[in-house]
Design a protein around this ligand. Structure first.
Ligand code: KIV
Length: 284
């Protein structure tokens, strides 16, 4: 296990003050959480993208609180020192402020997360405010918000026109004023991200496909390592092709079992000769 210090909110703000970029990745399981902790990642998001990357749904909409809690617990066990963020799934916060507070509280109580994230702009500011007043650190999410993919017309860049960019700037201010300590900007133009980062007063701005001028970067783990076969977004640099390595290993396993080169003696367990002789006697 790593001897890292637990990452806390003040440590994240200290990084911002020191102009050190914050590292953030999605993660949904224990072994990957262990590796991310060892690698020194600052923040982990247990995203509702797990509906697509882990459960094979077409969108994030079918994901439940139960799914999110179960995966967040596994990630926390693998990464005890990382700043862990639980992603509020579809309809776990939209219906009312009270629903939002109760479900945010479940992440904190049942999965030991450090904060929650939810999607939406000024219309969700009351949810952020309620959650923060309940003592739970909250992160906003603007730009491409996958829970609204139908309303947004698909997975595409948001805020390219001046009018839509102005709306995203206003939304960011509304979330900051409501108490969000951090805002994720997903797939907005780089110059819009820069403007929002420059205007943020007490709020950490993170970029996912929104350029370098934020306080840190987020990527979807499965995109980084070739583990999501359906599509590869442009913003997702591939840092290694684990998908190819695993596929080659699986093909080799099929071949070796088929041609009987696996298992080899070092892969099985024997018993002493005298015990085996006695066993044969017992069977007579
Ligand atoms: O669910 C998730 O992983 C997310 C990212 C797309 C930011 O919300």
């Amino acid at each position: 296990m790593s001897d890292r210090k637990k990452v806390t909110l003040p440590m994240l703000f200290k990084k911002v003050a020191n102009k050190e970029p914050i590292t953030w990745l999605t993660c949904y399981d224990y072994p990957t959480a262990y590796l991310q902790e060892e690698a020194g990642i600052d923040m982990i998001l247990v995203g509702d993208s797990l509906g697509m990357t882990m459960l094979g749904y077409e969108t994030t909409l079918p994901v439940t609180m139960e799914d999110m809690i179960r995966h967040s617990q596994a990630v926390r066990r693998g990464a005890p020192h990382v700043f862990l963020v639980g992603d509020m799934p579809y309809m776990s916060y939209q219906p009312s402020v009270e629903t939002a507070i109760r479900n945010a509280g479940r992440f904190m109580a049942e999965a030991a997360t450090d904060a929650i994230k939810l999607e939406g702009g000024a219309e969700m500011a009351s949810r952020i405010e309620g959650i923060v007043k309940a003592g739970i650190p909250a992160i906003g999410h603007l730009g491409l918000t996958p829970q609204s993919v139908s309303a947004l017309g698909g997975y595409r860049v948001q805020g390219r026109s001046a009018a839509l960019a102005k709306k995203i700037i206003d939304d960011a201010k509304a979330l900051e004023n409501a108490g969000a300590f951090c805002i994720l900007l997903e797939m907005v133009p780089d110059r819009l991200c820069k403007l929002i980062t420059e205007r943020a007063q007490d709020c950490i701005i993170m970029s996912l496909g929104s350029g370098p001028d934020a306080h840190g970067q987020l990527l979807i783990y499965h995109d980084m390592f070739g583990l999501y076969p359906r599509f590869k977004p442009r913003m997702a640099k591939m840092f290694g092709n684990a998908g190819e390595v695993i596929l080659n290993g699986l093909k080799q396993y099929v071949a070796e079992v088929t041609n009987q080169t696996f298992p080899a003696p070092e892969n099985w367990f024997g018993m002493p000769d005298e015990e085996y002789e006695e066993l044969l006697n017992l069977l007579k």
